[in-house]
Design a protein around this ligand. Structure first.
Ligand code: GAL
Ligand code: ZN
Length: 679
């Protein structure tokens, strides 16, 4: 869905102002001034749309959509299933969620319904059908927004039965389940599927495979619920694209799987800007922009962000001047086709009355936040031609939801924290420091298009993953695997015969033992004293490493770095094995960031790849590029708190200062014609 412009707008709740029509008129006036071209309606409107069971009221919403349309503003229309009306919970208590202690919620809050409940599903289907029939054909409506921030789990009897059916489908027989889950351990053998219960603080917690399957089930059930909403939309006759708003660092749902059902990925982003260095927050946010882009490998939407200060973080910090523009541009730089807000107007009461918005309780034109929104709107309009352009990556980092669940859920080798995400982000950062675009892929993704793939801590191996790695290396790719990989199968059962399973010949080693380090402990990764081995350019004498140290025994692998301390001092800490036409590297321990920076720099140099920036990127500066049909766009952003001189690539400056002197939070966007100077 390339609208031909970048979307600017956000969640709009006019149902809260129906008795004050003058407010709605002011809204439109302000929206036009701020170059708002899209708003999201209906996210939490169910009680106004269906005030009594089966009694629908759509006229108010239609009037608002008409008014917006007359003013050239498009609509993302949301299904209201993120929060339900009181009457429904009163009449059908089964729609209320049950927690792990088997206690049912009272009515209240939001995002707390049972996603299995046939009653809930039917009520949602009916309202979605009405929504599509009454408003889905409206020319202002461009996109469906399914529910809101799906998440959480329910342990009610209906969910238990659905879980058992999910298991019956997967395992067919109880013997197969017992075998898969290793239930002979502690005599936890099941006699039949009816005995299976979801994990609970007062019940089963020791079967890791049960926990893993429960997480898979919750993820699948949520996706299934979302699909039932999409099916209702399609059945009611709308073929407009669908999205749902995903979240930051959210582990409950396998987003790769969820995104398969969506036309567009979108997400909500609320960084704590100004809490630490701006470049640190920018880096953290950028990683998630890349995750969301990678889900569909095409432009996404920043569905929600805060124009001012949120009211749910520990401290409500205002965005400093220029921050909104920089943060919005960052999403575009990483492949978004729109930067949107929560919320357009602050509500008068209730939980979010102090949450930042385009329009405050005093809604004058001169309000600082509003001026920032206007500036952002102007910038997005200037950059409209970027819409639809892809971010192209030759390198990828593997992040896999199921691996994450299994790795963090297992007892040992470190129960304090395995630091999985950190290890993924370290590799990603090293590539990003060179201005390379980076895809995040999971174990099921095809690897062919990449030159270098980094796969940190792939503890659980999906069927087929080892084969894909083998082929990738055989065909000339550079693959980097790390400690604690290829340990268990899809049921969290340890592979017999050594790790990394299925790849010991590709990596030319076998990992024998793993040492867990206390938080205060460190080891070192050092150049070996023997100059005959360990020839790798660009690495320093030594780096610190922490958390986990894999002890490996090479067969054909060459040792490039060794441990510096402890009883395994002098044994391999970094190895390479030549396999087929490619190279297979194994990093044995979690090293400090500068190790990854130096190591990947060497690999990238060897591969002949270059980023979108000529030379060394100054610290605190972020560089990305998007590739359109006619032109490429290079984005350079200064996240330092001081002016920074950057080297501009040749081309037309679409936005920002022409001399490359970037003030704090300032950015420049350069357009480069394809034929003229390809990246
Ligand atoms: C999001 C949610 C919005 C709003 C916002 C506040 O997570 O989708 O409805 O509550 O947070 O920051
Ligand atoms: Zn339930």
């Amino acid at each position: 869905m390339n609208a031909g412009y970048l979307m600017h707008g956000g969640d709009y709740n006019p149902e809260q102002w129906l008795d004050m029509p003058e407010i709605l008129e002011t809204d439109i006036e302000r929206f036009l001034e701020a170059k708002i071209n899209t708003v999201t309606l209906g996210v939490f409107s169910w009680a106004k749309l269906e005030p009594q069971e089966g009694v629908y009221r759509f006229e108010w919403l239609e009037r608002i959509i008409d008014r917006l349309y007359e003013n050239g503003i498009s609509v993302i229309l949301s299904t209201p299933s993120g929060a339900r009306p009181h009457w429904m919970a009163d009449k059908y208590p089964e729609v209320l969620r049950v927690n792990g202690m088997r206690q049912r919620n009272l009515f209240g809050d939001r995002h707390n319904h049972c996603l299995t409940s046939p009653v809930y599903r039917e009520k949602v289907r009916l309202i979605d059908t009405q929504l599509v029939k009454r408003l889905g054909g409206h020319p202002a409506v461009k996109l469906w927004h399914i529910s809101n921030e799906f998440g959480g789990e329910c342990h009610c009897p209906l969910c238990q039965e659905a879980f058992r059916n999910w298991l019956r489908k997967k395992y067919k027989t109880i013997d197969a389940l017992n075998d898969g889950w290793c239930t002979t351990f502690w005599s936890h053998t099941y006699d039949n599927f009816e005995q299976v219960e979801s994990p609970s603080p007062i019940g089963e917690r020791s079967i890791m495979a049960l926990q893993l399957d429960w997480r898979r089930f919750i993820s699948d059930q949520t996706i299934d619920f979302m699909e039932s909403e999409i099916a209702a939309i399609r059945a009611a006759g709308s073929d407009k694209p669908v999205t749902t708003n995903l979240m930051y660092k959210f582990w409950d749902i396998d987003y790769f799987k969820m995104a398969e059902k969506l036309d567009i990925a979108s997400w909500d982003n609320y960084p704590t800007w100004h809490k630490c260095e701006e470049w640190e927050t920018a880096r953290d946010t950028a990683f998630w922009h890349d995750v969301i882009y990678s889900l569909k490998k095409k432009p996404f939407l920043l569905m929600e962000s805060c124009p001012g200060a949120t009211n749910w973080q520990s401290v409500s910090k205002l965005k400093k001047p220029g921050m909104l523009e920089a943060a919005s541009l960052q999403s575009i730089a990483h492949g978004a086709d729109g930067a949107m807000y929560f919320q357009m107007r602050k509500s008068r009461g209730s939980q979010e009355k102090f949450h930042g918005a385009v329009l405050d309780h005093y809604d004058g034109r001169e309000v600082r936040t509003f001026r920032e929104v206007c500036a952002t709107g102007k910038m997005l309009e200037t950059l409209g031609e970027v819409a639809g352009a892809r971010t192209q990556a030759n390198v990828a980092v593997v992040y896999d939801w199921e691996n994450h669940w299994a790795l963090e859920g297992s007892c040992g080798p470190r129960n304090e924290n395995m630091h999985y995400m950190e290890s993924v982000e370290k590799s990603w950062r090293a590539f990003r420091r060179m201005g390379l675009n980076v895809d995040i892929v999971n174990q099921k993704s095809s690897l062919e298009q990449y030159r270098i793939v980094a796969a940190p801590m792939q503890y659980l191996f999906h069927d087929g993953f080892a084969d894909r790695i083998r082929k990738f290396v055989e065909n000339g790719g550079t693959f980097v695997l790390t400690y604690w990989s290829g340990v268990v199968d899809e049921n969290d059962r340890c592979f017999l015969g050594g790790r990394p399973h299925g790849l010991m010949d590709v990596f030319g080693l076998r990992a024998e033992e793993i040492d867990g380090l206390y938080d205060w402990e460190e080891n070192r990764i050092c150049r070996p004293e023997n100059a005959g081995t360990g020839k790798i350019e660009g690495l320093k004498e030594q780096y610190r490493c922490q958390y986990l140290c894999d002890l490996v025994k090479p067969s054909t692998a060459e040792t490039l770095m060794v441990y510096g301390d402890d009883f395994y001092a002098g044994t391999p800490a970094l190895t390479v094995n030549h396999y087929g036409a490619g190279k297979a590297y194994y990093i044995c321990a979690d090293a400090e960031q500068s190790f990854y920076d130096d190591f990947y720099r060497t690999l990238v140099r060897e591969s002949g790849m270059t980023g979108a920036y000529e030379g060394e990127i100054p610290e605190g500066v972020e560089v990305t590029s998007r590739s359109g049909e006619q032109a490429d766009y290079v984005f350079i952003q200064n996240y330092n708190r001081f002016e920074t001189q950057v080297k501009l690539p040749g081309g037309e400056i679409l936005f920002g200062p022409a001399d490359g002197k970037l003030k704090p939070l300032e950015s420049v966007v350069v357009k480069r014609k394809k034929a003229q100077d390809a990246l």
